[in-house]
Design a protein. Sequence first.
Length: 485
Amino acid sequence: MKFSSTVLLALASYAVADTVTCSSSQQCPEEKPCCSLYGECGTGSYCLGPCNPKFSYNLTSCAPAPICKSGEHQFTSTDKIISNTKYLGNADEYDFVVNNDIVTYDSSVLLTMANGSTGTVLTSTRAVWYGKVSATLKTSRTQGVVSSFILMSGVRDEIDYEFIGSFLETAQTNYYWQENLDYTQSRNISLSDTFENFHTYEIDWTEESITWSVDGQAGRVLKRDDTWNATTKRYDFPQTPSFLQVSIWPGGLASNAEGTRNWAGGYVNWDAEDLKDPGYFYVTLKDISINCYDAPANTPSDGSNSYVYTDVAGLSSNVKLSGDGTVLGSFSAVGFDMDKGSDNNIAEVSGSVPTGMGSGNNHSADDSSDIPTASVISISSVKKTTSSQSLADVTGTVSTTTKHTSSTKSVSIEDAKATSSAQATDAASSNTAEATAAATTSAVGGFEQSSSDSTTSAAAANGAVKVFASVFALGATALAAVLVI
């Protein structure tokens, strides 16, 4: 639910005083008009992906969302993935955008979370407005570490799979309508060890129902008619264009709400086995499939390039098919001024990249044992795959960058690990690392709320191009490898 944008240790030196937050009671100002997934106002990247039109300056602040395109995505390379420090909305060129570290390994990619960091989220560049999506992956492990596969819309409709690192034979399913955080709707699906085994997790989303399936076997079905809210006279059913996200994040971070930490299995163990070898927690992502369904009947249309909202109510009936472009001219551009800064060098633009960390889970459960099981349980893989070979012993590659250049080089996972270890030696202790990360991720969750419906902020993001250049120059302290594609 979530997620997540990663905050690196180097960001701790930047004050959060300039951060402008957004919520149902506070829209973004005109100079920073876009409300990001993490409740921060800004320009550029803030206006892409699940930008929230309800809390932004006005309805046209967010850039139009690229329309759904069916496809099969095999993660044998990172060629179609771009860093969020470079992405400006061209979904024809890139299929996914990533906010932090990703490593190629054994015909898959690893989404990583190093000591003291807040993880990695991979997001589709195109939105899905009803369709069948799936991801074949192995989850992370260890208490407090959470893996997720979700659909998330700008107005915060959400459909989830979540995996707790200390409950490796359970997949949690849930859904939310416009950030209405009702955790009683969560249901568990039982299956074989999610860290050791690849499973294919599928969400089949139509106007009438949602079906969660694992390895081709339906584990849960939700009917739209069963979400009727008699008080508000509406269906609390996800219904707006949503971006697919796969992520790893620290539910057990010290700065998270107690309920979230308990739900995640407790505090993250920053001395865990995976932080010693290969040097980070990780999710292994093999492939993603997207099968788009048609837009609802009678949807207004003046093109077939993007989705745009026509009313801040944020219902399915308030979305139209549009011919509007989706590419921003620079990191200072916004939805109502798409070409702003296009004549400048991107590296010189005072742009912005959201830096929030998220969970979206203000859970009250002490563990996952009180979550009901779904209609079908005990889904097992046909073949349990295990390996005694260390990730550090295989030859993998990561993409790295040098400051102020776009040149890249390939290095082995072992070399990247060695470099990271040397840098980590000069860094603070793991407790200090977590505290530093927590200081720059003041949100208790990406859009988590307890006593109000406001979306909480995570960190200042003004001048983030310069910030990330500094991060790269510092070698991304304590991280195994940095992706800059």
